[in-house]
Write a protein that binds this ligand. Structure first.
Ligand SMILES: [Zn+2]
Length: 378
């Protein structure tokens, strides 16, 4: 039994394991990747341990793609297609519209710094700090934001405190309770805190991706927030992720005792539902393959859905991947072609579609308008 790296308790249940080829949350593959996924019966968190323990850091420092095209994926929310980042940025900036003219802002895991720059632009008298360990962020330059090239550690900000703290896309990657306590320790009373995460409800991929070290039901995560004195003011559905705009009240914090053993059954059953859905998708793939015997097969999208599908199939039988952003090779040298190239191609192909349900109609319509025969796998 592995010790939970979120709450340090030992009552855990092993869920899944990988030892060779693992899928990452951006749809890329890592080889020779050893990791184990477990559920903690005490804090309700699904956590991953790595073998060797620095395997994930090695992946991020040597193999990871931080380009904005890949990270800022297009999402469809309420029928509107938009960049994920602009949606999250706008909801934060809107929530900050009524702030006083002076204050202190901190963004944790700021990436290329765009959000911090937008905030500083809108609030010219605020002192703005942003921290990120990535090599790319070391190149951030903007006169109104003080960029720090490092991992977040509250000790770096001793004696300082902030009125707005942003931590987007980081709390699935670092022990969430410890980080939330760290944020609480440098937050001013009534501070606005914006957090963005992937929840178990929202991630059918959870059993099969290996760089989200921590996954949890929304209810469990909101419990973590509350235990640190953060109350959710506003919840924003960002497609693949959820953003919580919170208010901080020191008096509400209950210390280190957040436990949610009553949620373990619901976490486990949702996790098993996700696995069952993938079995269905896999069967649909094999049936569609049989229906289209002898034809060229293309998968639509060099992203996460198809990466997981390929990993589950073990022996994928298709000829192309069509993608509008990525180019090059997808899996074991299979060529990625653009939609325009696919249209121009002499070869008739059937397009297999496996993507986020909210995007299916939109993509299906687009492909059919271009004359493709489409097989939806969901
Ligand atoms: Zn735990």
């Amino acid at each position: 039994m592995l010790k939970c790296s979120n709450c340090v308790k030992k009552d855990t249940l092993q869920l899944n394991q990988t030892s060779d080829r693992a899928v990452m949350s951006d749809g890329s593959f890592a080889n020779d990747f050893g990791a184990t996924q477990s559920l903690c019966r005490s804090c309700g968190c699904i956590f991953i341990t790595y073998q060797p323990s620095n395997r994930l850091e090695k992946y991020f420092s040597e193999e990871y793609d931080v380009s904005d095209e890949i990270q800022n994926c297009q999402v469809v929310v309420s029928g509107n297609r938009q960049g994920k980042h602009s949606l999250i940025h706008n909801s934060l900036l809107d929530s900050c519209a009524g702030l006083p003219s002076h204050g202190r802002f901190l963004e944790i895991a700021c990436g290329n710094g765009t959000l911090s720059e937008k905030f500083a632009e809108a609030h010219p008298n605020w002192e703005c700090l942003a921290i990120d360990p990535s090599n790319q962020s070391a190149r951030n330059r903007y006169e109104k934001v003080h960029f720090i090239h490092d991992f977040f550690d509250p000790a770096l900000f001793q004696g300082e405190s902030f009125d707005v703290i942003v931590a987007h896309g980081i709390l699935n990657r670092t022990a969430p309770m410890e980080m939330l306590r760290g944020i609480a320790s440098i937050a001013n009373q009534n501070a606005l805190i914006s957090i963005e995460i992937v929840t178990l409800e929202n991630s059918i991929f959870a059993p099969y991706i290996w760089d989200h070290c921590y996954t949890f039901l929304e209810e469990v995560f909101v419990g973590y927030l509350n235990s640190c004195g953060m109350t959710v003011d506003h919840r924003v559905d960002c497609g693949p992720t959820i953003q919580f705009i919170c208010r901080f009240d020191k008096e509400m914090a209950i210390g280190n005792n957040a436990g949610f053993p009553e949620t373990v059954d619901s976490s486990l059953s949702l996790y098993q539902d996700h696995i069952a859905k993938w079995e269905l998708i896999k069967n649909n793939f094999l049936l569609a393959l049989a229906r289209n015997e002898g034809k060229k097969i293309a998968l639509f999208g060099a992203g996460l859905y198809n990466a997981v599908l390929i990993n589950i199939l073990k022996e994928p039988k298709f000829d192309f991947v069509i993608d509008e952003v990525r180019a090059g090779r997808f899996f074991e040298g299979i060529e990625i072609i653009s939609l325009d190239d696919a249209v121009r191609s002499e070869e008739a192909m059937v397009v297999f579609l496996c993507s986020r349900p909210s995007n299916l109609d939109y993509i299906n319509e687009k492909l059919e308008n271009k004359g493709f025969l489409v097989e939806s796998l969901l």
